[in-house]
Design a protein around this ligand. Sequence first.
Ligand code: ADP
Ligand code: MG
Length: 241
Amino acid sequence: MNHEPSGEPLLTVEGLRKVYRTGPKEVVALRDVSFSVHPGELVAVRGRSGSGKTTLLNQVGGLDRPDAGRVVVAGNVVTDLPESELLRLRRDVIGFVFQSFGLIPVLSAAENVGVPMRLTRTPVAEREERIGVLLAMVGLEKHVNQRPYELSGGQQQRVAVARALANRPRLLIADEPTGQLDSGTGRQIMQLLRAVVRSEGVTALVATHDPALLTLADRVLELHDGALVPPRSPAEAIPST
Ligand code: ADP
Ligand code: MG
């Protein structure tokens, strides 16, 4: 898994700070978080529950705004963009995979994968072809017409990965994509992410607190109480217990 960083980073995060205020209470969810990710890297974000993983991914993906700091994705200064431009960014530049899959229940696997391409008005023939390629890539060519409730959790997450890749995003953001799956299925999903990062030339930022999955990452970032712990290699990041 050698990856030689070269050229411009695909993602740059500088001095990110996020404070949640609920009434008189303040929670500092991110403290001066800075890092960069190079094109083609699969970077895992680890840290226990409440350490700020989701908050970080949401600021990077333009789903929320930080109190301070800057996020740049493929030359787009996410933290400066108006809402209309954020919509475009989330449609064209960033693909999201969530813990709970987030598929539309009334749509088939193929239709779910087609949704982002409808939003970009991709011509029907091209859309159909891309759906076929993507569902084959995630190993679901025999399940294209099934609805989410007719699929296993692992299969639903495969559909979600295919959907996230539909518009050929530069950055794939996955927030605990294996959190609702058993460990074997979870590992298969991580292996799938590992494979698509290579084959699609996409860059990925994946939050997980599952130590077994961290070995598949090129690099592991660790959050503790909203702050990044100084980097270690993936091998060292695996607890010996
Ligand atoms: P993780 O994804 O690592 O479990 P989160 O980013 O969800 O961590 O949460 C980081 C901290 O911010 C936690 O203390 C959490 O309680 C707090 N937090 C997250 N979202 C909100 C919110 N919408 N309002 C208030 N506090 C929040
Ligand atoms: Mg979370």
